[in-house]
Design a protein. Structure first.
Length: 177
């Protein structure tokens, strides 16, 4: 237990200036950590100003730090990089917990947001299909009524063609189905 207390009390420092800069930034109380991709690719901000990005590739023991459109890769486990990763995860989880407590609900994952988008798109397509089907059925019904009306007309159909067109238009503009 004493070793664990010492680990928490002493701040890990780095001999690499890039890693040390990131550690100093992440230890700031006003830092905001975002995971925009949902894949633990952390972007660190102070206010609205972007500071750096950090990602850990577990399967290769590889770390990626991005500052000012430049990426640095580190290829072995180092205590300073593990500390940076731990701090990013801790800040991100802490902010997500505060957001959850504030709103009373958990933030949606990337997969959930994608699912909602596809379901909304599907419902939109279904609604268009239903509207098209109702219009098609109305046109079929009107055509049947027009054919029945044409059968009641005398043989001089061409003389009464205008009456048929007028009847067709009046049926199309009625509100009934």
């Amino acid at each position: 237990m004493a070793n664990n207390d010492n680990f928490e009390k002493e701040k890990i420092q780095s001999d690499d200036p890039i890693i040390q800069k990131c550690l100093d930034i992440i230890r700031n109380k006003n830092v905001i950590v975002k995971d925009l991709s949902g894949e633990e690719f952390y972007r660190v901000y102070i206010g609205d100003e972007y500071q750096f990005s950090f990602h850990k590739y577990d399967e290769f023991d590889e770390y990626q730090i991005g500052i000012d459109f430049k990426d640095w890769f580190f290829y072995k486990k180092r205590p300073d990089l593990e500390e940076l990763y731990r701090l990013c995860v801790a800040k991100y989880n802490e902010q997500a917990l505060k957001k959850e407590e504030k709103t009373g609900r958990k933030p949606l994952t990337r997969g959930q947001r994608t699912g909602i988008l596809f379901m909304s798109w599907g419902l939109f397509i279904i609604a268009i299909g239903i509207i098209d089907y109702v219009d098609f059925k109305k046109t079929q019904r009107v055509n049947k009524q027009v054919e029945a009306f044409e059968k009641t007309l005398p043989a001089e159909y061409l003389e009464y063609k205008q009456a048929v067109e007028h009847y067709r238009d009046s049926l199309m503009h009625t509100k009934g189905r």
